[in-house]
Design a protein. Structure first.
Length: 147
């Protein structure tokens, strides 16, 4: 039974995503004690105005449930990278905010992630135009980058 080209490329994309996530996870956890999911959460917070976001907005941005974000933020709060802030106007609303320690540690994590990405897409295997084309194709599939 032959696989359709669409199914074959879909499965290749899933395997590639798993391999990428594993490489990032290994580097980030080994050097910084955080997962790729933790890093992504911290990075999104750093890009928000004032380094803080409503938890429900963070969940939507990351494609997670509100309870998933709460579970993900808990260990980051325990180690002092993130803090919980109540909304001044509405006590029912909670914000997640990067701490100063969180900002400092994120800078180190970002350097590690940049090195992993540079290794993954190093020349001569990858040219800048190849990377740009891949980015466009992933965007067409619904992938959202960090910019």
């Amino acid at each position: 039974m032959a696989l359709s080209e669409a199914l074959d490329v879909s499965l290749r994309l899933v395997r590639a995503q798993l391999a990428l996530a594993k490489r990032f996870d290994n580097s980030l956890s080994g050097l910084h004690g955080v997962s790729l999911a933790d890093f992504t959460m911290l990075l999104r917070l750093s890009q928000a105005p004032g380094g803080r976001m409503r938890r429900v907005d963070l969940a939507e941005t990351l494609g997670l449930t509100a309870s998933g974000v709460t579970r993900g933020l808990a260990p980051l709060e325990r180690i002092g990278l993130v803090t919980r802030e109540a909304d001044a106007r509405d006590g029912r609303v909670a914000h997640a905010a990067l701490t100063e320690t969180g900002r400092e540690r994120l800078a180190d994590m970002l350097a590690t992630a940049e090195r992993v990405a540079a290794d993954l897409f190093a020349e001569p295997a990858w040219r800048n135009e190849d990377i740009g084309r891949l980015s466009a194709l992933l965007t067409q599939l619904g992938g959202a980058g960090l910019r």
